[in-house]
Write a protein that binds this ligand. Sequence first.
Ligand code: IPM
Ligand code: MG
Length: 360
Amino acid sequence: MTQKILILQGDGIGPEIVAEAVKVLHWLVGEGLDIEFDIGLIGGSAYDASGHPLPEETLQQARAADAVLLGAVGGPQYESLERSLRPEQGLLGLRSELKLFSNLRPAILYPQLAEASTLKPEVVAGLDIMIVRELTGGIYFGQPRGVRTLENGEKEGFNTLVYRESEIERIGRSAFEIARQRGKRLCSVDKANVLEVTELWRQVMTRLGAEYPDVELSHMYVDNAAMQLVREPKQFDVMVTGNMFGDILSDAAAMLTGSIGMLPSASLDANGKGMYEPIHGSAPDIAGQGIANPLATILSVAMMLRYSLCEAGCAGRVEAAVGKVLDRGLRTPDIATEGQATVNTADMGDAVVDALAEEN
Ligand code: IPM
Ligand code: MG
């Protein structure tokens, strides 16, 4: 059956990087992959066109799709908008409406990029971590939230970090299942020494651990986890954590791989339907210049093939093709070491397609 992919380019470098990922998908269609495309608007570009960062039409398209490929949202021109109209709300709304609670962020160091990392090559060589981030709860969505004015006229901002047992349990299960298929080690990250909600998080994870005796469960406070990620990242196999801690730790993990331009993500619902996006942002500073790294988006396509389209073979081919172009020394500026020649966004996409074609 033909599967439907919704393409949401978004803002900034979004259209540039998504175009390269779509090239890869088109090539796979030529090889027999049975998908069709739909295109929609999200973020600032949706606001410009329709007055809202997540138009009703986009939501319907996303619901009707088997998988969503998203570029990035946001830009300085939207920062003064009322919060509910800002581009990020489009993305958060989509995650929440589609119940994409399980966010997988694999930080894998391609050996060719060991020199591109700001850490010593021996610290990062062979790195392969999976961060499982809870994506539809926690402080990102907790109520009450807002800014109020106190009696003395001073303003006070507040947000709520809240997790129910059932929310912790379902993300915990995702993480244990993934750990089971990998190195069988799961580190749950919390701040149980200070925050009650994460004390509950730790209790639930511990309870779940009894159901997964084959997975070695450990716990770590988030401040220590941040330190350990840059000190000795290879100690980790799978990490599971809440929405905000996961946002922060995954950016740190991305840099271990040489560039945030290398890290893809999958956001899955309970049935494996997913949205796929690079973890980096819309990079307005380099938008329109054709120099953004499309590899995180192309690797997000590989995750889409694997998790939503049940095409593990195709996914592996895309990942291998990325490895090949890196072998050949192709580098966008973000992953180039000093003095190394660089290619532009479109060249990089073309090179991945060429590498795919060669395998035949
Ligand atoms: C991410 C991003 C988003 C987040 C922003 C753009 C809302 O940083 O996907 O990591 O905070 O989740
Ligand atoms: Mg982030």
